[in-house]
Design a protein. Structure first.
Length: 139
């Protein structure tokens, strides 16, 4: 994956609440091009691997439960400065601290159920995109 790309998930709460369309509209209106996308559901093993960096944190069990409880929308997005600009668009991890107009401010319920994922580095964007998509699914 090129470094002008990032990886996102619209998490189970976004799908449950019917926010897929509104969030994708905000993402594309902010200049991101969708180059891969699917509705999928992570298994417990998937979520434990995806979030392995957090395995010692007290919320890890809760995070795995949440991320596996229903379908997500996984996508790879393209834009100049994609990783940083997408983190700005989604806002702080805790929606109470997220800036006005950000996706988490608009759609997240709590620090745990926070609507969207965004990769935190080019390296992780590549790893996370490859975790969810085969090469032929990426355009
Ligand atoms: P990020 O998603 O903004 O990068 P991270 O610190 O990498 O935030 O945490 C990964 C995910 O773990 C968060 O998006 C959120 O769903 C969950 N999480 C983070 N901190 C907490 C917490 O204190 N309680 C419950 N869940 C949390
Ligand atoms: Mg993170």
């Amino acid at each position: 994956m090129r470094t002008n790309r990032t990886f996102t998930m619209l998490k189970p709460d976004s799908v449950e609440k019917g926010h897929i369309g509104a969030i994708l509209e905000k993402i594309t209106a902010s200049g991101f091009k969708i180059v891969a996308m699917k509705l999928t559901q992570m298994t417990t093993a998937d979520a434990k691997e995806f979030y392995a960096i957090h395995k010692e944190r007290p919320f890890f069990g809760e995070l795995v439960e949440y991320m596996t409880r229903g379908p997500i929308v996984a996508a790879i997005l393209e834009k100049d400065n994609a990783v940083e600009d997408f983190r700005t668009l989604i806002g702080a991890t805790n929606p109470a601290e997220a800036a006005e107009g950000t996706i988490r401010k608009l759609y997240a319920a709590s620090i745990g159920e926070n609507a969207v994922h965004g990769s935190d580095s080019d390296e992780n964007a590549a790893i996370e995109g490859a975790f969810h998509f085969a090469g032929r699914e990426i355009f």
